[in-house]
Write a protein that binds this ligand. Structure first.
Ligand SMILES: NC(=O)C1=CN([C@@H]2O[C@H](COP(=O)(O)OP(=O)(O)OC[C@H]3O[C@@H](n4cnc5c(N)ncnc54)[C@H](OP(=O)(O)O)[C@@H]3O)[C@@H](O)[C@H]2O)C=CC1
Ligand SMILES: CC(=O)N[C@@H](CCC(=O)OP(=O)(O)O)C(=O)O
Length: 397
């Protein structure tokens, strides 16, 4: 791995990871393949090789959960090298004292953002709390490519942002250039973007199955009900009373009932797909697991549409996508099957009420729901194969 990273041009004939590929061919998606076997096989094409030099990466908020995931994924990236990492409470500390699991990586110490020199950086991941990114990136040099993992640039309509986040938007000019980064849906815009607003974890798990169905008019744009569950890492690493072990273990906690801020973000994406206003009922739940997310989505099928139509449409839409996998009829997506990976698994089931369907979608909130999708986006923005550094197979059990 190290020899690959050190040579900016000499890695192209090296398969540095057992499952690495420049061109990924999907295997047929039988039930068996989703029970612990790889989803992909390696077949590198010489035309996909690149000889671009090392890209210097800054991770702002590197002492948080999504920052740590970016660092873990980048350990497998042959051309992105982390040269800057910032923190607040943990500023001044080496990564080994904050995240011992990253101790073997050759990383710089965490520093305060005020001490950062951005002229030596090519691209940044902003893994910062909501509201702080707007202020911070206003002052950054224009040459930087930015992927923002917070919600600061996700809502196109500034007044909607202010309504749901309860504070004035601090960078309305930058909002105009931000591209919403749901990779499989907006790939072409993302490739040309300087600033990408990485989607929230719940909106990712909901939009990936619903956008293709809405675009094909296979489901009604009304009466969409979403019951979603998240692991506790979704709430970040900063200590909070409601995240204590005693509050989370052995129970389930609904929150944000009727007013979670992922409602406007999800409705924005679904309305774009429908070219008309779509509304949703959405209730998230915190459940006692460290990572993982499931959205169970109840929809009304369009007149004349069948479950087979929905299944076929999703299969067709995602047939060339590496990270979005439609399971075979009847197979239930499980969070266990995506843990630690960038996959989103989807399936569609007939409701016992005629005309209705139940869709289940699972992701790892920290990977496809945050840092994995962020890396997929930066790869696209920098012209690298989207799967570079993302070829982690799910950790099961
Ligand atoms: N966790 C998840 O599953 C997902 C999170 N997101 C979003 O990604 C962003 C990061 O989330 P996450 O990693 O979970 O959060 P964490 O709370 O785990 O980490 C936050 C990071 O930001 C730093 N920080 C805190 N306050 C400030 C500030 N005022 N200025 C600059 N840096 C600051 C912290 O430093 P220090 O630790 O030193 O105080 C830490 O490095 C958030 O906007 C979150 O909503 C998006 C999708 C999923
Ligand atoms: C469990 C938990 O608290 N989850 C977070 C969502 C985290 C996320 O994906 O999204 P943002 O980037 O929009 O914060 C929440 O519900 O606010």
């Amino acid at each position: 791995m190290l020899s690959v990273k050190m040579s900016a041009t000499g890695f192209s004939s090296t398969c540095f990871n057992r499952s690495c590929s420049w061109k990924v061919e999907k295997l047929s998606k039988s039930k068996k393949q989703h029970e612990g076997k790889p989803f992909v096989k390696c077949s590198m094409r010489s035309s996909d090789r690149t000889s671009q030099s090392t890209v210097r990466i800054g991770v702002l908020g590197a002492s948080g959960y999504t920052g740590a995931e970016v660092l873990r994924l980048l350990a497998n990236h042959p051309q992105f090298e982390v040269t800057l990492m910032t923190a607040v409470r943990k500023a001044g500390e080496p990564i080994a004292s904050v995240f011992p699991h990253l101790a073997t990586q050759n990383l710089p110490d965490l520093i305060a953002i005020e001490d950062a020199n951005f002229s030596d950086v090519d691209a940044v991941f902003c893994c910062l709390p909501h509201g702080t990114t707007q202020e911070i990136i206003k002052g950054l040099p224009m040459h930087l490519k930015i992927v923002d993992l917070s919600a600061d640039f996700r809502l196109r309509d500034i007044s909607e942002y202010e309504e749901w986040y309860g504070k004035p938007h601090k960078a309305p000019d930058l909002q105009k250039e931000a591209v919403y980064g749901l990779t499989e849906i907006s790939r072409e815009e993302i490739k040309n973007a300087r600033l990408v607003a990485n989607p929230g974890c719940y909106p990712t798990s909901i939009q990936l199955p619903l956008v293709p169905l809405i675009k094909a008019n296979l489901i009604e744009a009304k009466n969409i009900i979403i019951d979603a569950k998240s692991g506790v890492s979704g709430a970040g690493r900063s200590p909070k009373e409601n995240l204590l072990y005693t509050e989370v273990a052995e129970g389930i906690n609904s929150y944000g009932v009727t007013r979670h801020r992922h409602v406007p973000e999800t409705e924005q994406g679904l309305s774009d797909a429908a070219r008309s206003r779509v509304t949703i009922s959405f209730t998230p739940h915190l459940i006692p697991m460290s990572r993982g997310m499931q959205s169970t989505i109840y929809v009304e099928m369009a007149p004349g549409a069948s479950i087979e139509d929905l299944h076929q449409r999703l299969g067709q839409f995602y047939k060339d996508e590496e990270f979005v996998i439609l399971l075979e009829n009847g197979v239930i997506p499980r969070t266990h099957s995506v843990r630690g990976s960038n996959y989103c698994l989807i399936n569609v089931f007939p409701d016992r009420i005629p005309g209705r369907a139940i869709i289940i979608s699972v992701i790892d909130n920290l990977v496809k729901g945050a840092s994995g999708q962020a890396l997929q986006n930066l790869n696209a923005m920098m012209g690298f194969p989207e799967n570079t550094g993302l070829q982690y197979q799910p950790l099961f059990p």
